[in-house]
Design a binder for this molecule. Structure first.
Ligand SMILES: Cc1cc2nc3c(=O)[nH]c(=O)nc-3n(C[C@H](O)[C@H](O)[C@H](O)COP(=O)(O)O)c2cc1C
Length: 224
């Protein structure tokens, strides 16, 4: 698989088979992704991978937490800026509508939509969850660098036939997760990731979200 093929094949998987991943598979993915670049080569990240009982404990923690099902619950680092503006607002809206249409959950079924959102906190059935940890005193540059690691993990997983879904939803549980994982005082969870084998029969996994054309986001200047 070429890098371009992996880039195009990777999509967010929101229904996984229960098949476990071996520790060596997860290590192998991390082994590839550790070559991600970071400014100054700081590699200012830590990854916590949970499977089996450790995974179930996090899922339990989520179900017991009052904050769990508030998609936009935020701390001082909210997932989206308040009052999202165009074109972002429409893109976000469309993604949600396309996904719920595939799942057959209409806008009027608020409970159904909340229940689907809550599936985030079960890793959408994935056998493995990853959590990305960064030191609180790190700035926006290091957060961008962490994103490189996260995408690398997703691409390395794709290459190995392993599906993934990045999950900022876990940011709603930063405080209890910090205690749960016994993070250092200056550490925080950025986001999570579900990892496992995609359920090929699940309609939600056929969601191919749209992208802006190159001409919409890039200017190519000075070329002859
Ligand atoms: C950092 C990050 C966090 C995300 N968090 C969530 C999440 O909590 N739940 C979810 O269902 N999708 C989440 N997504 C998936 C995005 O909705 C998805 O990447 C986007 O719509 C593009 O679709 P694709 O990944 O299928 O190409 C996240 C994506 C990124 C990059």
């Amino acid at each position: 698989m070429t890098v371009t093929e992996a880039l195009k094949k990777r999509i967010s998987i929101r229904q996984f088979l229960p098949d476990p991943l071996a520790e060596r598979q997860v290590r192998d993915i991390l082994e590839a992704a550790r070559w991600s670049p970071s400014g100054g080569n700081l590699q200012a990240w830590r990854v916590i991978a949970v499977a089996g009982e450790a995974r179930d404990a996090v899922v339990r923690l989520a179900s017991e937490s009052a904050a769990t099902y508030a998609p936009d619950s935020s701390d001082d680092r909210p997932v989206y800026p308040p009052n999202l503006w165009e074109p972002y607002r429409t893109r976000r809206y469309k993604l949600g509508e396309d996904m719920y249409a595939l799942l057959g959950i209409p806008r009027s079924d608020r409970q159904g939509r909340l229940a689907q959102w809550a599936r985030n906190y079960q890793f959408f059935g994935a056998p493995v969850g990853l959590f990305f940890v960064i030191e609180e005193r790190m700035g926006h540059a290091q957060w961008a660098h962490l994103g490189m690691l996260i995408q690398s993990i997703a691409l390395a997983a794709t290459e190995r036939g392993v599906g993934s879904c990045m999950q900022e939803s876990w940011s709603a549980l930063r405080a209890p997760l910090k205690v749960h994982f016994n993070l250092a005082a200056d550490e925080m969870i950025y986001c999570g990731m579900a990892l496992g084998i995609a359920d090929p029969a699940a309609a939600v996994n056929s969601l191919r979200s749209e992208r802006a054309e190159v001409a919409e986001f890039a200017q190519l200047r000075g070329f002859r």
